[in-house]
Each structure stands twice: as C-alpha cells, then as structure tokens.
Design a protein around this ligand. Structure first.
Ligand code: AMP
Length: 415
C-alpha cells in the first residue's frame, strides 16, 4: 500500500515521525527541519478526514522519564504547523482512551517513546557480559512485542515516516508493523523520498560517480568506504581521516586526530582503490592550527609534514582544488561528513569548497545527495541546501542503506 493510494477518511492513523529536534536550554526548538519534513504526510491524513496519532522519540532517555526530553515541549510548534490544536498523551503506553476519543481532523501527540525501555527493546541495567543477559534480552523482546501491540491498538493504519530511525528494529519503527496487514501499513512521503534518493545512488548511477566521505574517523565509516569502492569512480576521503592516511604513508601529523590502530586499514584502502581503478583523492595540504580553537594561529602545510605541536583542522588550498576537480565533472555525487572542523568559522574553507563544487555540478545536471547530520549542517550553514538535489534526514540510516543493508523500518512495511 502507498500513502497516495490510501483514503484516511474516518480512519485513525498512527504515524512514526522523527521529531527528535534540537532544543536550547529553555526547551525552545532551535531547528524545526524535522517537523517540517513530516508535514506532507500529516496533512494528507488530516485533509482526507482521518485522525492522527503522532509518535516519536527525543534524545536518549534510556528507558526512563526525563522532562528535558519531553515531547510536550514541541506540542505548540506541531499545532502551529498543522493549524489545529494538538492533544497530548503524557504516557505513550496509556493513551487508549485519548486515542479512541479522537474525531476526524483531531491530533494526538504521544509522549517520548523512549521513556519506555521496550521501545528500543534492550535490557537496561545489565551488562552484556552478565550470564543473565541473554535471558533478560529475551524477556525484553517479549515486552517489546506487547508495547508495540499497545501502540498498534490505538489505530486502524500505521505509517512510518521516520527515516532517521529506519535502521533500528524498535517497537515503533518495525515491530508495530506486525500488527497491521499489508493494506494497512505504508511509508510516509518523506520516507518514500528518502528511499528514492538512495535508489538513485544505488541503481541508477550516472557516471562519473564521486563520493565524498569526511568527518572525524575512518573507523566509523569503514563499512561504507569499502562498499563504495565497488561503485564510485572518485572517492574523496577528507576531514580527520586525512591524518590517519598521512601517518600510514609515513608522514608526520603532529597533534592531528589520528587512529593509530587503523594505519594498516588505511593502507589496505589505498591498495584496494588501486585494484578497483578508483581515483582515491586524499588531502595533500592542510590548514594546521596551534590549538583546537577558532582563534588559533594557523599555517598552510603539507599534510605529511605537520609540526609536532600543530594539528590539521581543515583542507588546504591545493587540496580544495583537487576535491573540486573530482566533484565538478561528476554526474552522481554523495557527500557525508565535513572536510574540517566546520563548527569553527575559520576552518570551513574545505567543506565550503566541496559544497560549492557540488552546487556547480548539480546546476550542470548531476544528482547530488547530501546526508548525515554534519554535512547537512554544512549545507545549511552555507545556505545551499536548496541547491543540491536531495538533503537526507538520515545519518546512520542513510549510510546503512547505501551500504546495501536492508533497513528494518522499511522491510517491516515492504516485506
Ligand atoms: P563524524 O561524526 O565522524 O561525521 O565527524 C564529524 C566531526 O568531524 C565534526 O564535528 C568535525 O568538526 C570533525 N572533524 C572534521 N575534520 C576534523 C579534523 N581535521 N580534526 C578534528 N575533527 C575534525
């Protein structure tokens, strides 16, 4: 079933969204992108004449009630965007009455799902090494099913529009789908768009394909790097990873971030790229700083010759040019992870050069996908989010999908 095929008139829909929005210390939303992202789905249900039960997680309360992560803080913003009052259930597992009283056009927001450990389905307060762990895990899985069944009992139809958590088999993202038949469960519009963007990258590759992987470490990106090696023509590895490669190649990296236990892995990646004919583009020069701060003194040096007390915090001018060259001619582009410590204004040049080149390639007809919290923050910071083909809301979910893994949240609906 697709959301466009379904008529919600007179039906109650329970919708999993990702309203895990950043809040300031006073509980005010600092970026409501995620709320706006789910609006097409929510509005379709209401305009069909359905009633809406919205569920989400916020933060990591680890199975306990934590007022700082209460979704009551975002209720008014959701009301404002939907143009109607939103009711609130302050325990998502005890919302039967409120749900059954909902009339067409009415909206109920459930409290943070993760206030219940059953949502994630992981046993709490017991170590993995503990001999009793397996039994505790089994018991929690049973409780997770019950919890999912309770959520399912509120509604006639289930919609999953939370791509950011689609790689998790949680009660609200996957297990709940077992309680609806194929005609009463579907992906929301945002989810459909995300899946299509991933398909564009995986199946309909127009060449050359350039992937840009940045961020702090090789170790967290190794799965996707290895997988991309079979698909891309150019692979740019940037950000903190640069220095693990430089060190592996015999360079001096000073105080730069460097994973000493991944030096061999770096050499293996270089070798594999050669074997596969992939043009691996690494930083050759960098902006080195004498302190990890925006106001540090800086100098441009070779990434292989960083003085002992200095650290590479951004890509240098020569590197920026070679990155841009590998991006500008591309017809398919994937970007995950910044090329420097872009949070500091003085170390944004590398990421900015990447963003500018992606915008230029997109203007020339390339399909460009930007995903992962920090690269999305970059395109927002540089004001170019609407000049790339698609900005994904998923970090981990996007990378797992591109690695070719089946996402539980999508499999639970599509089978
Ligand atoms: P990740 O979470 O692995 O995608 O990494 C994102 C983080 O990497 C951002 O917070 C950046 O500030 C950081 N980063 C990028 N380049 C460097 C660098 N050269 N040194 C230290 N951190 C970096």
């Amino acid at each position: 079933m697709t959301i466009d095929q379904y008529n919600f008139n007179g039906k109650k829909a329970i919708v999993r969204v990702d309203f895990n929005v950043p809040l300031d210390e006073n509980g005010h939303i600092t970026d409501d992108t995620r709320i706006r992202g789910a609006l097409p789905t929510l509005k379709k249900i209401l305009s069909d004449g359905g009633s809406l039960i919205i569920m989400s997680h916020m933060g990591k309360p680890k199975g306990k009630v934590n007022p700082k992560m209460s979704l009551s803080q975002i209720k008014d913003t959701v009301s404002k965007y939907l143009g109607t009052e939103v009711k609130f259930a302050d325990d998502c597992a005890k919302a039967s009455e409120l749900a059954s009283a909902l009339k067409p056009g009415e909206v109920l927001l459930l409290e943070n799902l993760r206030f219940h450990p059953e949502e994630e389905g992981k046993p709490v307060g017991i170590d993995k090494e503990d001999p009793a762990y397996d039994a505790a895990k089994k018991e929690m899985k049973e409780r997770q099913k019950e919890f999912a069944k309770t959520l399912a009992s509120y509604a006639d139809v289930y919609v999953n529009d939370a791509f950011g958590t689609a790689h998790r088999r949680h009660a609200s993202t996957a297990v709940i789908a077992d309680y609806f038949d194929a005609d009463h469960k579907m992906l929301g519009y945002l989810m459909e768009k995300e899946v299509k963007a991933v398909d564009n990258i995986l199946s309909d590759i127009k060449r050359p394909f350039t992937a840009i992987m940045g961020g702090s470490k090789v170790s967290t990106k190794i799965g996707i790097i290895e997988n991309l090696m079979d698909k891309v023509d150019n692979l740019i590895l940037c950000g903190g990873m640069t220095y693990t490669f430089a060190k592996a190649l015999g360079g001096n990296v000073g105080k730069s971030i460097c994973e000493e236990d991944k030096l061999q892995l770096a050499l293996d990646i270089i070798e594999k790229a050669k074997q596969k004919g992939v043009n691996l583009v690494l930083g050759t020069d960098c902006v080195a700083a004498d302190d990890f701060s925006n106001d540090a003194n800086t100098m441009i040096v070779s990434s292989m010759e960083i003085p002992a007390e200095w650290e590479g915090l951004d890509a240098g001018p020569e590197t920026r040019k070679s990155f841009a060259n590998a991006i500008k001619g591309a017809k398919t582009i994937l970007w995950n992870g910044p090329a420097g410590v872009f949070e500091f204004d003085n170390f944004t040049a590398g990421s900015r050069a990447i963003a500018d080149a992606i915008v230029e390639a997109t203007e020339n007809g390339a399909f460009s996908l930007v995903g992962g919290g920090d690269s999305v923050a970059c395109v927002n910071k540089f004001g170019v989010a609407d000049k790339v083909s698609y900005v994904s809301t998923g970090g981990g979910a996007l990378l797992e999908a591109i690695e070719g893994k089946v996402l539980p949240g999508i499999a639970a609906i599509r089978g």
